[in-house]
Design a binder for this molecule. Structure first.
Ligand SMILES: C[S@@+](CC[C@H](N)C(=O)[O-])C[C@H]1O[C@@H](n2cnc3c(N)ncnc32)[C@H](O)[C@@H]1O
Length: 186
């Protein structure tokens, strides 16, 4: 069966993230991606995870403890990601939208999403990937989706390969996966 956008994002992460890598979960939420990253980079790697909600940080702490994993959890906007990175970013993931079963008014915003994305691209290693899973059925979601897609589609093809993945016959705003991969230097 073809995989959902979320599952496919995990496959694209697993393909490239190894022990010792530095990675970023830009939208921690309940910590699914943070835990996946932490399991892949091991004790020698580094996971930075961001969220603006205390609930997200608390839920992620619990999840990591249950799985005996570690990550650096930041209760702040992913706009500040540049404060924590050297030029060795292997992979980053965004799940855009709101935290399910929580306050639906706390949503990712195109301005901060793009600021953070642009910053991460300057730190991305050759062969590294940034994944964005776009949920956009909520108020404000469509505008963010268009802003991200426009930015991603206009990245120079000499430097980046950009993939868009979506089921096109599904109702109710099926999520879109965007993967930006930095080309290897020749
Ligand atoms: C779709 S949820 C993420 C789900 C998460 N990946 C998981 O495993 O549960 C989006 C999250 O982004 C967070 N968020 C919104 N604006 C943010 C910002 N500027 N910086 C970091 N996180 C933000 C929300 O609080 C919410 O928890």
């Amino acid at each position: 069966m073809l995989e959902s956008a979320l599952r496919y994002s995990h496959k694209l992460i697993r393909e490239i993230v190894n022990n010792g890598d530095t990675v970023v979960d830009a939208t921690m939420g309940n910590g699914n991606d943070t835990a996946l990253f932490a399991s892949l980079v091991g004790e020698t790697g580094c996971v930075h995870a961001f969220d603006v909600q205390e609930l997200a940080v608390e839920n992620t702490k619990i999840r990591l403890k249950e799985q005996q994993l570690t990550a650096q959890l930041h209760l702040e906007s992913h706009e500040n990601v540049g404060n924590y990175l050297q030029h060795n970013l292997k992979c980053a993931v965004f799940n855009l939208g709101y935290l399910p079963k929580s306050d639906k008014t706390i949503i990712t915003q195109s301005e901060s999403t793009l600021k953070s994305l642009k910053c991460m691209l300057t730190h991305l290693l050759s062969g590294g990937r940034i994944l964005l899973v776009l949920y956009y059925g909520h108020d404000g979601g469509e505008q963010e989706k268009e802003a991200v897609l426009h930015f991603a589609r206009t990245l120079p093809q000499e430097e980046y390969q950009v993939l868009e993945y979506q089921f096109i016959n599904q109702k109710n705003s099926p999520p879109i996966l965007v993967c930006i991969e930095k080309r290897m230097k020749e």
